[in-house]
Structure formats: structure tokens, C-alpha cells
Design a protein around this ligand. Structure first.
Ligand code: PA5
Length: 414
């Protein structure tokens, strides 16, 4: 992947911004606290074989894997599975909302399929995941009787929480989430890797890309793209660009953008500060959001992830009548047309006063995805420190939970 900040008009980050980045980098790389994710790509080498073995078992016994999880316990796996067009077990996501329709649809999808369940929750007490586990455990029991437990895989804290207790008591296969890795930084632990592997993704290449990235971006200097990106977005924020629109031209990256929104939103949005992360998938959203982006309030910056999808392509066909006047495109690849749409839109947005960072990905593959995960995690940790907030906590999330529990009548909350 390659970062180009030229479209931000910022040139190279100013001296002051780089100084700020240097101080924040020291803080980030100092480790400790919730920075275990810095080590994950290396640490996971030891667990790769166990995760791959569990995934092989799932693919062997099941056509579908019900993935139970929400937020950081779900978005990374879905981002990867959709981006890489996974062809292994079908992943069915539940416990990510409270919609009865999600449950109905999932049960319908599973009617005539063998399935297993991966329940992923660091705390082991998240209400959405707990409800889903209760429901899908009963479905498993009904279908497989006493052997149902062999089809449950738990990913949770190594010691604490209700899910760990349940896994222990019922003899479920389980994988730990390191205590020093927070939910939104956990994609390269079993949280993301188990569903990815069950979906048929080569997790070895994802981790390889991640390890490369961690090495390449570990240098504390202004040439480091992580620094440049963090410094530019920080400078733009100070100049009034309060919203960052993450965008892609490949719909299969839609969930990667969702993952980014959680990563940056939960990491930076606190103490009355933070860039608001939004997303748009082009060219689709140019036909709904394009007007605002071009001419609405000038508080936007944009970060485009432009990835070449090498899986397939097509040519625009010749048409004898040419009633639509499209013959000038005959024989052109659709990917070429899309690139021109990207280049034209980039020019238009920059001209319209939207600073644009571009991250080009030469090939949408496991390795590149591993790199992207690491690049953005590092950039997010660094940006949070530059902003002067703790990028690894989320104190605000508890507020709605305790009010909801009180209304639900949960013991201890009424
Ligand atoms: O990033 C986070 O910490 C959150 O998004 C969590 O991942 C999410 O709330 C799910 O929590 P848990 O894994 O404890 O079920």
C-alpha cells in the first residue's frame, strides 16, 4: 500500500506537527497498558496452527459458521471475509444487533445446513452476544443433541467472564483474547483470525503482511507514512476539518470502512474532541452523497482507499446500434473505467475544498489487508495521542449500557 497526501494540499507535514507526532510516537511505542496489539502479529505465530486446525474442523463438519459478536468482536472478521471474497464456510453474523429479523433470517439460512458457532466476546458479558449464544446453543442442542458442544468455539478473556466460565464448564474449544488488547485492536488475534480461517482465508498471509507492516512502520521518523497520515489529519482537524470521510471504490471494502469507523470513533471521540469518522462507497454513494461532499459545509477531509481487485474484471461490450453512445468505451475494462471515475472524483473534491488522502492498494489480498489493519491501528493510536486523549479506552460506551440495564430490570441496576 502507498499513502499519497498530495491531495490534502498540506504538502509535507509542518515541523510542529511532526514534533507533536514524535512525542506521541514515543508514548505509543513505550508500550504498556492496552498496547498488546503492537505485538500481536508476532505473538500469533504460535497460535496460527491451532486456529487453522479449528478452522479445518469447522469447514469439515459445517457449511456455515454462526459468528456471534459485536463491535470489535465482529467487524474485523467481516471486513476481511468480504474484502477477500472468502470461499470456505459461509459466515452468518448474529449478536451484532437486537433485530428479531436477524435471528429469523439466520435460522432460515441454517435450516438445511450443518453449522458450528463461534462466540466472540472479550468481556463475556455483552448482552447482544449473550442473547445470541443462548438462542443458537438451543438450536445446536436440538439438531445435534449431546454432541452439540463440539461445535461451539469460544474466543474470550483467558481467565475472566461468564463466557470463559461456560467454555470451561462445558469443555468448549476456546481461544484467548490477550487482556492487553482492546476489542477494536483485536482483529489480528483469534477474534478475527478464527472466523477468517473458517471462511477459507489464508491467515498466514494476513499475518505475514501484518508483520511486514509492523516492521516497516516501526521507524520513528517523518518518512514513516503512519506519521505523515497522523500528522496531516491532525493538522486538518486543527484547521476545522472535523469529519473524515473514509471511502473506497470497491463495495467489498464496505465493512473495512465500518471497521475503520469503530477504530477511529471509539479511539478519538472523547473529552469533547475527535474527528468524526464517516464512510461512503463510491461510485454508488456519489449518487447520493456526492453533492454534499462537493459543495456542502467545508468541514470534511477524505481518506480514499483505492484497491485494485484482481479477482475478476470485464470488458464493456460493443453494440451495433450504439443508441446509448457508449461505443467509445468498447473493449475497455470496467476496472479502467472505475479508475477514471476515481481520478476525476479526486480532482473534483480537491477543487471543491475537500483535502483528500489516498491510500493505494495494488492488489486486494490477505497480505495487503494485514498491512492495512496495522497501518490504521498505528495511525489511530498515534493520532489519539496527538489529540491528547487515551486511544485505548471507551468510557462513554458504559453510559448507555447502564441506563439500558436499568430499564431492562437487570439486578444491580434498578
Ligand atoms: O472495541 C471495543 O471495546 C468494543 O467495540 C467491543 O469490542 C464490543 O463492545 C464487544 O465487547 P465484547 O467483546 O466484550 O463482547
Amino acid at each position: 500500500m502507498k499513502l499519497d497526501t498530495a491531495g490534502t494540499g498540506a504538502g509535507l507535514p509542518a515541523e510542529g506537527d511532526l514534533k507533536k507526532a514524535a512525542a506521541a510516537w514515543e508514548k505509543l511505542m513505550g508500550g504498556g497498558g492496552m498496547t498488546g496489539w503492537l505485538e500481536l502479529p508476532r505473538r500469533m505465530k504460535d497460535s496460527e496452527a491451532d486456529i487453522s486446525a479449528a478452522a479445518a474442523e469447522i469447514m469439515d463438519s459445517s457449511r456455515a459458521l454462526v459468528v456471534i459478536g459485536i463491535g470489535g468482536s465482529y467487524l474485523g472478521a467481516r471486513a476481511a471475509a468480504e474484502a477477500l471474497d472468502a470461499q470456505g464456510a459461509e459466515l452468518i453474523y448474529v449478536g451484532k444487533d437486537m433485530s428479531p429479523r436477524t435471528y429469523r433470517d439466520a435460522a432460515r439460512q441454517l435450516e438445511d445446513k450443518d453449522f458450528s458457532v463461534a462466540v466472540i466476546s472479550k468481556s463475556g458479558t455483552t448482552v447482544e452476544s449473550a442473547i445470541a449464544l443462548r438462542v443458537f446453543r438451543q438450536l445446536l442442542d436440538k439438531k445435534y443433541g449431546p454432541s452439540a458442544g463440539k461445535r461451539i468455539y469460544a474466543v474470550t478473556d483467558p481467565e475472566k467472564g461468564a463466557l470463559r466460565r461456560m467454555a470451561r464448564e462445558n469443555g468448549w474449544k476456546s481461544f484467548p483474547i490477550p487482556p492487553d488488547v482492546g476489542g477494536r485492536y483485536s482483529v489480528l488475534s483469534a477474534v478475527g483470525l478464527l472466523p477468517m480461517a473458517a471462511a477459507g482465508i489464508d491467515i498466514h498471509s494476513v499475518l505475514d503482511g501484518a508483520r511486514d507492516a509492523m516492521e516497516e512502520y516501526s521507524d520513528g521518523n517523518p518518512e514513516n507514512p503512519v506519521w505523515q497520515y497522523a500528522a496531516v489529519r491532525n493538522a486538518l482537524y486543527s484547521a476545522g476539518k472535523k469529519t473524515e470521510l473514509f471511502s473506497a471504490y470497491e463495495p467489498s471494502l464496505g465493512y473495512f470502512l465500518e471497521w475503520l469507523k469503530q477504530l477511529f470513533g471509539e479511539s478519538e471521540g472523547k473529552e469533547g474532541k475527535g474527528i468524526f469518522p464517516a464512510s461512503a462507497v463510491f461510485t454508488t454513494d456519489l449518487h447520493s452523497m456526492g453533492q454534499y461532499i462537493q459543495q456542502g459545509e467545508r468541514n470534511l477531509m477524505q481518506t480514499v482507499i483505492y484497491a485494485e481487485d484482481v479477482l475478476c474484471d470485464m470488458e464493456i461490450p460493443y453494440d451495433e446500434e450504439d443508441a446509448d453512445g457508449l461505443n467509445y468505451l468498447t473493449g475497455k475494462k470496467l476496472s479502467w473505467v472505475r479508475r477514471k471515475a476515481f481520478e476525476g472524483t479526486l480532482q473534483a473534491h480537491v477543487a471543491g475544498g475537500v483535502p483528500v488522502n489516498v491510500i493505494e492498494v495494488p492488489e486486494l489480498c490477505g497480505e495487503e489487508l494485514g498491512r492495512l489493519f496495522c497501518f490504521f491501528q498505528l495511525a489511530c493510536g498515534l493520532s489519539g495521542h496527538m489529540l491528547g486523549v487515551d486511544p485505548f479506552n471507551q468510557p462513554g460506551v458504559e453510559e448507555y449500557k447502564s441506563r439500558m440495564f436499568s430499564l431492562l430490570g437487570r439486578p444491580g441496576y434498578v
